[in-house]
Design a protein around this ligand. Structure first.
Ligand code: HPA
Length: 266
């Protein structure tokens, strides 16, 4: 990790980001009109590179509303074959660089009829349905506890801030529980019914490992899902990755506006 930190510090002139933002589908163009420093994942010691269509693979360092930011353009997924330790490695690096707040965004399928495609959902809590945990293995006591509490990952105080931003910008935001599966296959209708009855509101294939590690490291965590489709069985349509990408494209503007407002307010 020290090699990665030294490399990033050298490339960015000792930039010390306070906020990290992970871009999911729907926010891919967030950095389009921003000036900053780009570092490809492939150049950073220990970083793995993403293989998914629509996902880039670079860190972007910039200042927005006087806040210093590191933006992950493209994340790694468990279904790509990476270990959860690879997926969460950047989160540990962010902490070491000085990040205090991590904003995780993703695309998700709706488990409820009243959460529609192109809706935004503030994550209140999650269900880890992968049967894997990124903290498995020897614990580094300098980073966090062996058995970390997870009762308040997405804190009410931060959620209130996000809701205020939504109100200020006139953007509607739902609230709900995010369920993570490993993917890459989408769920069956029976699984979707089960997730709904277990208290889930949306289902996706990311975010939970990063949120667990962020909370373990003592960082504040915000999670926002862009609902790109009704999960399997809720609508009669077959699911396609293109649909997910397309709704992401359409909702980009409001998602960008909201995230900008959040960064401004943090
Ligand atoms: N299921 C799982 N992951 C997803 C979905 C879905 O329906 N939509 C976007 N990501």
């Amino acid at each position: 990790m020290q090699a990665a930190i030294d490399f990033i510090k050298e490339k960015t002139g000792n930039f010390t980001p306070e906020i990290a933002l992970v871009l999911g589908s729907g926010l891919g163009d967030f950095t389009k009109n921003l000036n900053g420093i780009t570092i490809e994942y492939g150049d950073i010691p220990g970083f793995k590179t993403s293989t998914v269509k629509g996902h880039k693979g670079s860190l972007f360092f910039t200042t927005l509303f006087d806040k210093k930011l590191v933006i992950m353009q493209g994340r790694l997924h468990f279904y790509e074959g990476y270990e959860l330790s690879d997926i969460t490695y950047p989160v540990k690096i962010f902490k070491k660089l000085g990040v205090e707040t991590l904003i995780l965004t993703n695309a998700a399928g709706s488990l409820r009829e009243d959460f529609k495609p192109s809706d935004l959902m503030l994550i209140t809590d999650h269900i880890n349905f992968t049967a894997k945990n990124p903290l498995i293995g020897k614990n580094d006591d300098t980073l966090g506890e062996r058995f970390p509490d997870m009762s308040n990952i997405y804190t009410e105080a931060l959620r209130d801030k996000v809701k205020e931003c939504a109100l200020d910008t006139g953007i509607e935001i739902k609230e709900g529980v995010y369920v993570m599966t490993t993917g890459p296959s989408y769920e069956t209708p029976a699984e979707v019914k089960m997730f709904g009855s277990l208290g889930g509101s949306a289902v996706g294939m990311s975010t939970v490992p990063e949120a667990i590690v962020s909370n373990y490291l003592g960082m504040k965590t915000i999670g926002i899902s862009l609902i790109t489709n009704y999960a399997s069985g809720i609508s009669k349509n077959k699911l396609s990755h293109n649909e997910v990408v397309e709704v992401g494209r359409i909702a980009t503007q409001k998602f960008t506006k909201l995230v900008n407002a959040i960064i401004n307010k943090l």
